[in-house]
Design a protein around this ligand. Structure first.
Ligand code: PEP
Ligand code: MG
Length: 577
């Protein structure tokens, strides 16, 4: 048995045979072109054909995974229509008098390098999406063939040969050991569309040496509910550079994927196999029991109730949250709308996103947190300066109170969306009563401006994230001016313990169960109740079922957790007497 370690992209345990995803990207030789208009038309045709293919994959994904799981293929379709990309390809053809395959490959290289150079891990992961759609368009161009008028020889030998494809060598997948049964897919790297070609029914787990845990492939695997590991260290091969011949050793082998510990066990011995099969049975039983709690109340045996909400970043997450039995959205991290864009999302785009979530929740409360960028959540278009200590830097409410146009645009969108349900606004990173007052004043100004223009809006409660020691110490004062508190234990732990949450070397010191953190939570809840407002927890600690009892004793009113943790937390509450 050989054990490899990787990063967990999706939890769970799988036992089965390994199937390899061997692929080689279609090669795009450079050819000189005289009739650039005809070449651009060829590109347009290939793009349309690629879109049709993506539409089919989208349809399959919708059937297997639902709207949320299929969303990435809608993004791929949109990328193919993205004017920046399309214009860059056509300009390349015109300027360089080069063939479309070469233009697509060169443009893809430029765009993916741009994404790869970004600070933000989420944006870096988008490079894989650009490569995926470019490969698809090149494959379609190769299918169409060269334009009749252009049959000149390649002028750039180094670019590879356009005709060196075989039936299985076209950038798509060839299987070596599937035998028609669901299998553990092992790949150097994997695009979402490639994962979808296997489909949920064909897969037990996914293991890649490249790829980030934030990639859409990882997200899709999570949505499919299968374990996934990325960045698996296969000896001395550098991550993401695994060649097909190096992968071959795994083909057809029996293996175990432990998505909890991030382990890939190849050719396990009988005892290990038995142990993991037993764990699989226990897991299946646990899930079956948990699913019975979907529509049950979050109440202890002696009748103490706690509201159980979900943390989300987009509309699709709200759908998942509802399916998992969320009673409300306790934290809508709106920065993901911003981080997923190339520019500031406008009022309409934001309004549509907030309204969609609000309508989906059909009267259940949606707590929309105003933009919390800065630190690890950064996008280049914000133009933020490099900071030595970004966690202690220009972020959250500090930035919003400074950039009032940006802040007001978001507040307008939230107030307009509030007409469609039950919306509350939450301000992040508050350290003083004055900051809360200023935020509230700006909200009042926005309300007045909307009313003057007769733009319909709703009412919103206004709360704060309690995630700085200052907010804890001022919680008695803040409670007199806020409608609710939500304790952000991720940042609170980092600031209380003076431990940078991004620094892996400090993992061993980062103890969210630290008595100082728990004392802070107790104090905040007490101060909230003295002023008659509710206090919840929306940091990761809320999902820690070893603390559920303690939170109940403290009188915490609400716990907001990631959708996949809802049922486990509900079970923990219901088991307490
Ligand atoms: C927190 O800090 O606990 C929190 C919920 O916010 P984020 O993780 O988005 O900073
Ligand atoms: Mg925070």
């Amino acid at each position: 048995m050989t054990t490899y370690k990787g990063k967990t992209a999706s939890g769970g345990i799988a036992v089965g045979r390994v199937v390899l995803c061997e692929k080689s990207a279609p090669r795009a030789a450079r050819r000189a072109i005289d009739d650039t208009d005809a070449e651009i038309a060829r590109f347009e045709q290939a793009k349309e054909n690629a879109k049709c293919e993506i539409a089919k994959i989208h349809e399959k994904a919708q059937e297997e995974l639902g709207e949320a799981g299929a969303a990435i293929f809608e993004v791929h379709r949109m990328l193919l229509d993205d004017l920046n990309f399309v214009d860059a390809v056509t300009e390349f053809i015109e300027r360089e008098k080069a063939n479309a395959e070469y233009a697509v490959e060169a443009t893809c290289g430029k765009f993916s390098a741009m994404f790869e150079a970004m600070d933000n891990e989420y944006m870096r992961a988008r490079a894989a999406d650009v490569k995926d759609i470019a490969n698809r368009v090149i494959a379609k161009l190769l299918e169409i063939g060269q334009s009749i008028s252009e049959e000149k020889d390649a002028t750039d030998e180094t670019a590879g040969a356009a005709g060196d494809r075989t039936a299985h060598d076209d950038g798509r997948i060839s299987e070596t050991a599937a035998e028609g049964k669901p299998a553990i897919l092992v790949a150097g790297d994997l695009a979402p569309s490639e994962l979808m070609q296997f489909g949920k029914s064909g897969l037990l787990a996914v293991v890649t040496c490249g790829g980030s845990a934030n990639s859409h492939t990882a997200i899709l695997a999570g949505t499919m509910g299968i374990p996934a590991l990325t960045g698996v260290e296969f000896g001395d091969q550098s991550a993401g550079n695994m060649r097909n011949d190096q992968l071959k050793q795994f083909g057809g082998q029996t293996a175990i994927v432990d998505g909890y510990k991030g382990l890939f066990l190849v050719d396990p011995d009988e005892t290990t196999l038995k142990e993991y099969r037993q764990r699989q049975e226990e897991e299946a039983e646990k899930l079956r029991r948990l699913s019975e709690l979907r529509n049950k109340e979050t109440v202890t045996k002696d009748g103490r109730r706690i509201r159980l909400g979900a943390n989300i970043g987009c509309e699709e997450d709200a759908e998942t949250a509802l399916k998992e039995g969320a009673e409300e959205i306790g934290l809508f991290r709106t920065e993901f709308l911003f981080l997923g864009s190339n520019d500031f999302p406008g009022e309409e785009e934001q309004f549509n996103a907030y309204r969609a979530v609000t309508e989906k929740m059909a009267g259940k409360r949606v707590v929309i947190r105003t933009l919390d960028v800065g630190a690890d959540k950064n996008a280049t278009y914000f133009g933020l300066d490099h900071e030595a200590n970004p966690a202690l830097g220009y972020r959250g409410i500090r930035l919003c109170l400074d950039c009032t146009d940006l802040f007001k645009t978001q507040l307008r969108a939230i107030l307009r969306a509030a007409r469609y349900g039950n919306v509350a606004v939450m301000y992040p990173m508050i350290i003083s009563v004055d900051e809360l007052r200023r935020a509230k004043r700006i909200l009042e100004e926005v309300k007045t401006e909307l009313d003057e223009k007769k733009i319909p809006r709703g009412k919103v409660a206004q709360g704060i994230m309690v995630e700085t020691p200052a907010a804890v110490w001022l919680s008695e004062e803040l409670a007199k001016e806020a409608d609710f508190f939500s304790i952000g234990t991720n940042d609170l732990t980092q600031y209380m313990l003076a431990i940078d949450r991004q620094n892996p070397r400090l993992d061993a010191f980062c103890d969210p169960h630290h008595p100082a953190v728990l004392a802070a939570i107790r104090m905040v809840v007490e101060n909230a109740h003295k002023s008659g407002i509710w206090a919840g927890i929306c940091g990761e600690l809320a999902a820690d079922t070893t603390l559920t009892e303690e939170f109940l004793c403290m009188g915490v009113d609400e716990l907001s957790v990631s959708p996949s943790r809802i049922l486990a937390v509900r079970a923990a509450v219901r088991s307490r007497s």
